[in-house]
Design a protein around this ligand. Structure first.
Ligand SMILES: NC(=O)c1ccc[n+]([C@@H]2O[C@H](COP(=O)([O-])OP(=O)(O)OC[C@H]3O[C@@H](n4cnc5c(N)ncnc54)[C@H](O)[C@@H]3O)[C@@H](O)[C@H]2O)c1
Ligand SMILES: N[C@@H](CCC=O)C(=O)O
Length: 523
């Protein structure tokens, strides 16, 4: 059993302090010297393997810059990774939970020591500003620390309660399940990537990690940390590649035991479907854990503190340019305070500074051309569906640099069933919806197929209690922003089409990657 202090989330760096800003800028310089331009090969069975083709990361805030590259795995590489991982599983599954957990704790210490480098790399690779990058690296550290401790809970024959029965010993054992693939998105390329591989690994499984195409460098960076921390060869196979090629190959493969996926609803549902089909030679029903998109709404009623509500709306809507599954993309305001709330929201959002992640702007460029085009298309749709209150342009340029820049955009008086109020846009585009009253607001909040995050700004106790039970969201927040779940504090995962509600960073998350065996011995 580990002898360590109780879990406590990392605190965030205060960038109102000048010396912290100076330290961040020094990290940016260091990263520009040491990591920009770097190439990360695949890692199969602990060996670095390069490929003929590569995947390049482009700086979204300055598209003339190639930040670096990774290898691009083929299906042959995926097959080798799968075979090697099963070999590694034979010994890894026998490691004790505390021995496995020590590797996560060591990785956490290594990541803490390189915290600002990881942040700076994300500022350049995906355009995160300082606070957004820092919150993410803190979350990655938290995942390592939290899952290391969680692993203890599943240790030994008596890990779960069973009832005593005369003449027998009965007990439950939690067992690892095998080799799985972890497929992650670009928007939390450090924390979600790392959390989604660390959890199954500490539970005794082996993982093939397939990062998103746009964020291979930060994935390579943290993969190296996991290996430096002492993971045996083959336990973690690093397999950057194209989702539709290697991702598809692995999710449909007979030897894949589990799939943990975080990404868009379309891809997630596709994986759910193909993974359900039993392949020749397949011996199990694949476990599929899906965490998908959202169309997250926050209600403001007539009893709310308007200043609190507007601050929550601006933070929830525009943090990392709205590129969070948790982002507030619908602001639902009760008619009697609609004008007051919306005027203040538009005024505050209009003051946000647009620029690069490296310059610590409030709103930076969106991640890639596909997102840029998609967001532009939705802004066009919005202009036909509602009243444009702010922004509405996609300049594609800022300060003389070409990049995927989209103005913070707000539409008002959006019908609740409009496309911009129902479909995930994943950018800085907000629909404000007018509700007749509180009940109408709650009905509107629940009127999408998603159910990830949600919020209510109100001082009415009865309404908060009603929302507690009736608001369809996996993560519900009152009188604050609806983003920024903290590991262990706000376990994270969505309802309905937002996912399987696996609750990353929650007390039972590791159980997703285990099977239970009941053993009875009669005396
Ligand atoms: N619920 C959550 O916890 C959560 C967290 C972060 C992001 N998201 C969601 O993720 C989306 C943004 O991320 P994205 O653009 O990277 O999503 P995406 O679905 O386009 O890609 C996610 C991953 O899936 C891979 N992929 C694509 N096609 C595949 C296939 N056929 N088979 C296997 N893998 C395949 C991609 O290469 C990538 O690694 C948004 O919808 C956002 O809401 C959800
Ligand atoms: N866990 C993050 C969102 C992850 C999705 O993009 C939050 O709570 O804001």
């Amino acid at each position: 059993m580990l002898k360590i202090q109780d879990y406590r989330p990392e605190s965030f760096i205060d960038f109102t302090q000048a010396d912290n800003v100076v330290a961040y800028q020094a990290a940016l310089k260091k990263v520009r010297t040491e990591l920009v331009g770097k190439h990360y090969p695949l890692i199969i069975d602990g060996v670095r393997v390069d490929t003929a083709e590569k995947l390049e990361s482009i700086n979204p805030c300055d598209t003339s810059e190639i930040v670096g590259s990774t290898a691009k795995a083929t299906v042959d590489d995926a097959q080798k990774a799968l075979d090697g991982a099963w070999k590694a599983f034979e010994s890894w599954k026998k490691w004790t939970p505390d021995a496995r957990a020590r590797i996560l704790l060591k990785a956490s210490a290594l990541l803490k020591a390189r915290r600002l480098e990881a942040c700076a790399l994300m500022s350049i690779e995906v355009g995160k500003n300082y606070a957004e990058a820092d919150v993410e690296v803190a979350e990655a550290i938290d995942f390592l620390e939290y899952y290391a401790r969680s692993a203890m809970k599943y240790s030994g024959f008596g890990a779960a309660e069973t009832t005593w029965y005369a003449g027998e010993e009965n007990g439950l054992m939690f067992m690892p399940i095998g080799v799985g693939v972890s497929i992650s998105p670009w928007n939390f390329p450090c924390a979600i990537y790392l959390g989604m591989l660390a959890a199954p690994i500490v539970a005794g499984n082996c993982v093939i990690a397939k990062p998103a195409e746009d964020s291979g460098l930060i994935a390579g960076f943290v993969t190296d940390i996991m290996l430096e921390a002492g993971l045996p060869a083959g336990v973690l196979q690093f397999l950057p590649g194209v989702g539709e090629e290697v991702g598809e190959y692995l999710t449909t493969h007979a030897k894949t035991r589990f799939i943990t996926f975080t990404g868009s609803r379309g891809v997630g549902l596709h994986i759910n479907e193909v993974a359900a089909k039993v392949q020749p030679g397949q011996k199990w029903i694949k476990k599929v854990i899906l965490e998908l998109g959202g169309k997250d709404g926050m209600i403001v009623d007539e009893t709310a503190d308007i200043e609190t509500a507007v601050t929550a709306a601006v933070q929830g809507a525009f943090g990392f340019n709205g590129q969070k599954c948790s982002a507030m993309s619908r602001l639902i305001v009760v008619d009697s305070v609609y004008d007051e709330v919306v005027n203040q929201f538009v005024e505050r959002a209009g003051k946000l500074k647009v620029g690069t992640g490296e310059d610590n702007a409030n709103v930076t460029a969106v991640v890639n051309e596909e997102s840029f085009e998609k967001i532009g298309k939705y802004i066009g749709i919005g202009k036909g569906e509602a009243k444009l209150l702010l922004g509405g342009e996609t300049p594609g340029e800022h300060g003389g640099k070409q990049g995927y820049y989209v103005q913070p955009t707000i539409f008002g008086d959006v019908p609740a069933d409009a496309r911009i109020a129902q479909e995930e846009i994943f950018g800085p585009v907000i629909s404000v919806i007018r509700a007749r009253d509180w009940q109408d607001a709650l009905d509107i909040a629940n009127s999408t197929e998603y159910g990830l995050t949600g919020g209510v700004c109100s001082r009415d106790r009865a309404r908060l209690e009603q929302a507690r039970n009736e608001f369809e969201a996996g993560n519900l927040y009152f009188n604050r922003k609806i983003t920024g779940a903290i590991v262990g504090v706000q376990p994270f995962g969505g309802y309905n089409m937002s996912g399987t509600d696996s609750k990353a960073g929650g007390p039972d998350y590791l159980a997703n990657f285990m099977q239970l065996k009941t053993v009875t011995e009669r005396w």
